[in-house]
Design a protein around this ligand. Sequence first.
Ligand code: UT7
Length: 329
Amino acid sequence: MIGAANGPQIGITGLGVNVPERVVTNEELARHVDTTDEWIVERTGIRERRMASEGEALTDIALPAARAALADAGVDASEIDLLISATVTPDMMFPTSSALMADALGSEAAAYDLLAGCTGFMYAVAQAYGMLASGLSRRALVIGGDVLSSILDWNDRSTLVLFGDGAGAVVMEPVAKGGFLGFELGADGGGGVNLQLPGSGSRKFEHPEQILKMNGREVYKFATRVLVSSAEAVLAECGRTIDEIDVYVPHQANKRIIDHAVGKLGVPYERTVVNVDRFGNTSSGSIPLALADARADGRLRPGALVLMTGMGAGLTWGSALLEWSEAGG
Ligand code: UT7
């Protein structure tokens, strides 16, 4: 799916993020599996990640992010008519985490969870864009967050070291200046077997452990390919070039994957947001957490041209091109 925006201008007017307090270092993981800080840093760029404490679930982590996004936009939850929560680790399958969070915020917005792996946030903003551009929704809250620590295999060193927990949220609505310029989204279900959570649905498995299984090398190949192809596709569709990008926000999966995309795309490194060293791969929380860092360090200012690309389970990918709007309306 690809398209350049040709309707009303829809932008992000509020951004909020939240991560659990508990910091888990590489050294701590090395007490559980046969690994070292050196291996993890060299092969992934990850130094530490946040993980939920006992009893903490997705909505505990995502709600503060949602509240911060609403406050940033200066809107009340009652003014939201659409709430999408992109996640693969909801509190439970139903009631959906989006409905629970809408209720906690005091909103009767249409609310549903969206499942597109680590690309969930990109799919969710594209959907919200479509509903806002058509006039069906007037103001949307899009939340991306995951508690992947809840589905990790603590005996598998090749996956345990990669992931962390975190969430981000954005308010989307019509804007006078800037907004989304286009999207490119896709899926390759044939490669889905390379990143899966067997036993989590109606298909019965012999060993329904419900832990994340990944073929790292295959996902690595997929990631390096689609981060480049999807970014180039959305740029071409919108008639823009990589030189015009002020802030490049790739999915924070692995520093080596990001370095590869940066090199192939030819985007200057100082325009690229990298925080995988502090958070690891937070799945649907990855892109909003990176946006928040770019805003905190002054790169994400009104008028900045932002290129975001996510990829993950499905296998899925998705890019958006956005001219950053003034936060708070
Ligand atoms: O949102 C999408 C989520 N997934 C991803 O983005 C993952 C993409 N894949 C990757 O990032 C990389 O493939 C990994 C980081 C998972 C693995 O890095 P790699 O450089 O591709 O290593 P490898 O799979 O080629 O394995 C090399 C060796 C293996 O040992 P042998 O078979 O050569 O003896 C692994 O068992 O590294 C070993 N290994 C480890 N060693 C120490 C794998 N994980 C670890 C570890 N510590 N944590």
